[in-house]
Design a protein around this ligand. Sequence first.
Ligand code: NAP
Length: 421
Amino acid sequence: MTAADPLDVSVVVIGGGQAGGEVAASLRLAGHRGAITIVSDEDSYPYTRPPLSKGYLLGQTERSELLLRDEQMYRSHAIEVRTGRHATSIDRRARRVGLDDGTDLGYDALVLATGGRPRHLPHPELDGAVNLHYLRTLEDVDRLRDGFTVGAHILIIGGGYIGLEVASVARRRGLEVTLLEANPRILSRVAAEPTSEFFTRIHREEGVDLRVDTRVAEYVLDATNRIVEVVLTDGHRLAVDLVLAGIGLIPNVELAETAGLAVENGILVDTGLRTSDPHVFAIGDVARFPAADGSGMRRLESMPNAAEQARVVADNILGNPRPYDAEPWFWSDQYDVKLQVTGLSTFFDETVVRGDPASGRSLSVFYLKAGALQAADIASNPKEFAAAKRLVASRAVIDPALLADPAVALRDIIAALPASV
Ligand code: NAP
């Protein structure tokens, strides 16, 4: 950094999502005095995305409630927010960022919080189809909500969190819902079979026509470029009013790549979230970082990850270095079920289930590796989640019979652990 005092360095943040908004605010709250500019290609000030596929789509959360902070806060803290602007280049030698309006910004520290964009269906003929939707931004949801009329038939492609949360809201808004998952089960990327089975049953109980191992084989469009019918790989034909595809996220790495930074399924960073250039950091959905447990590089698409990484980078810019080592956690709201997840279910050799995936609205699934707890999916049991967080953080070896027994409270398992864990 060039400024003598880290509190005076000038910071440019590219991306105005959760990560971008949070890093700017964290800097100021920690006493940073230098210039801060956020460049966002969206028209809104930084907002939080999780409610988009939940309360905002349902119509229960107001637009203003999504804002991380109100506009006045940015003004009073001298944070410049350039909305509707796209960063087009990074000159790392001169430390300048070029924008699409021909201006440029100098920096001592640059934070790339460029996020990702929805993966598009591999059918170029669908680009521009008027009733095809993807979900990432406020504008996407405003468009989708316009088609949410009682009795309309929505086809949802993809059984990840986007597809499942939209299915839940659509049923509550009185739409007919068909959901297709290409894999043999939903949530296969992020959860084990008992969790998939639990949510499959709940969606079917709520009236969703949920089909796994199924894709669209053919789209039929009318003269107005509207998808009116689909032919499925199982041979069925369905008339549709709107289509939502939630088939994954592509990290926005192009700007970093063109600037010569190391990129591989995300912008590569070290434990302090620095890229291959020490003046440039990357955070949020786009950053691929070394896992604190030594299990390799990972990229997490979640709001808590974005928010915490922002705080870590703010400290690192301000000369209070610390690594990013937070335990991952997630949540998802579907109907009356709140799923809370602690840890990552990527590495496990055994699952233990507390409850019955085939009945009821609550369930806990524990992931173990060599007997040690790695992660837990807890549905509709916030108290159990609080205890599960502590247990997962301990990575303790726990008797599976105790975990499986609903009569044994997790807090009693914690109390019985040796003091050293
Ligand atoms: P996702 O988690 O990758 O799930 C998409 C699913 O659709 C995958 O199982 C995918 O299978 C499947 N798929 C792909 N192409 C398909 C096709 N042509 N037909 C049918 N199924 C197909 O992605 P997402 O749900 O779009 O979510 C995007 C990101 O936002 C994810 O990281 C997600 O976790 C995050 N998000 C999180 C929350 C939350 O935490 N509550 C809420 C919303 C979004 P393959 O994996 O085989 O491609």
